[in-house]
Design a protein around this ligand. Sequence first.
Ligand code: HEC
Ligand code: HEC
Ligand code: HEC
Ligand code: HEC
Ligand code: HEC
Ligand code: HEC
Length: 282
Amino acid sequence: MKRFFIAVSCFVIIFTTSVTIAQNGPETLVLPTGTMTLTAPENAEREPKLSPVLFPHSLHFSYSCKDCHHDWDGVNPVQSCATAGCHENLWASMPGTTALDARRVKSLTGAYHQACRSCHRREVVEQKAAGIKNISTGPIACDGCHPTPHSDPEQSDETLSIPLGNLTIEAPEGVDATRGAVEFPHGTHFEFACQSCHHDWDGESEVENCTTSGCHDETEPSGTRNIKDPDNILYYLAAYHNACVTCHRDLEKERQAAIKKAMVEEKDLPKAGPVGCTGCHS
Ligand code: HEC
Ligand code: HEC
Ligand code: HEC
Ligand code: HEC
Ligand code: HEC
Ligand code: HEC
């Protein structure tokens, strides 16, 4: 899957000219982009002893939001980890004190350690295996996250507004469109890392349009009409079709392979997006 994402991000040397984007539906997500401080809940069963943890949110946007916000549907508000019914206890409860059912929900400490530390560890292993010398990962040692003396809580108020609903992607001005505009369900795609499409985004600055000047702003192919031709990288149509159709087609191939190999039923597999012209063009 990881290799697949890398492949996608290479193709998706993306898209930008002034394709007109109209947003239908009011839904936007306010995404905190700076550093936040993770603390034990105020009503925790025991007083926390260690330092609260500074967490640079945007350094983590090369992953899918759903790697961490695993129950988020890409549409409704993102819930805090300690929401009732989720990781609501700071500690795992003592055996015998809680119904087994309720204990299945992990403690907040357990959930954080598993999510944060395990990934930082896994990155070391994977980057080493890939021959990368300057390994970039987060803290693994206790005092990397819980320093002594304790860190001062930091709550950046920087945010970005992210459209969640359907974006209407139209041909740029000057193009005599032969196909209808494309209704693109943005939030449906948040199982993928933002940067798999917004490949130049740093996680903090405004997200640029695909057809921004200097990006995918050419309205004509240069030379050949082949969208895979590297000379067409700035051609908006090539960028869109390479990103959108290639991913949908690759996913459909994976589905078919899985069905063949493992005899999985089609209905049990995650959907791929449309490949046929009218699946995207109205
Ligand atoms: C590496 C893990 C990780 C990734 C990846 C991640 N987040 Fe978060 N996010 C967190 C944590 C931890 C918090 C703080 C949660 C809390 O306070 O309980 C948070 C907080 C938030 C909040 C504020 C929630 C609130 O309680 O108000 C929003 C909104 C959010 N994230 C959206 C996103 C989106 C959208 C993405 C993808 C671009 C994303 N996050 C990627 C870990 C992550
Ligand atoms: C899916 C993998 C993943 C998860 C989950 C994850 N991290 Fe990270 N974290 C990374 C990687 C990779 C980096 C290095 C990013 C970089 O330097 O660009 C990083 C960087 C950091 C840094 C900055 C280190 C520095 O030197 O500036 C901190 C602090 C951190 N993570 C804390 C956390 C905390 C706290 C959580 C859990 C809420 C968490 N991370 C969850 C992968 C992850
Ligand atoms: C990648 C970051 C990270 C690392 C590394 C890490 N922790 Fe944590 N830890 C957290 C987060 C996030 C919380 C939940 C927020 C809080 O309570 O501050 C937490 C909570 C805790 C708590 C409960 C709160 C308290 O202060 O008593 C303890 C105890 C704890 N960690 C111990 C450790 C120990 C021991 C290590 C090293 C073996 C360790 N942690 C390594 C992120 C980390
Ligand atoms: C996964 C979505 C998707 C699929 C499937 C798709 N397209 Fe597109 N196409 C786009 C997007 C996005 C654009 C850029 C916005 C626009 O110009 O409408 C685009 C642009 C175009 C354009 C240039 C603008 C125009 O209207 O003249 C043509 C021609 C085109 N597509 C033809 C096709 C044909 C033919 C098929 C089927 C073989 C197809 N597309 C399948 C997403 C798709
Ligand atoms: C599957 C590809 C894809 C993924 C994944 C994706 N986006 Fe987008 N996004 C787009 C497209 C296409 C547009 C409209 C393009 C344009 O405006 O040229 C867009 C538009 C936006 C805009 C509005 C830009 C403007 O014009 O003002 C923001 C902000 C944005 N995306 C942020 C995000 C964030 C944050 C994530 C991760 C949670 C994300 N996107 C994931 C494809 C994607
Ligand atoms: C990295 C892979 C990937 C990329 C890139 C991608 N898609 Fe998708 N797309 C998906 C998946 C997976 C689904 C199915 C999601 C679902 O229904 O659960 C999907 C679904 C869709 C759907 C159907 C949604 C529905 O409700 O049935 C449309 C339309 C669509 N994509 C358009 C686009 C357009 C336009 C682009 C380019 C701007 C694009 N996609 C880029 C993976 C991708």
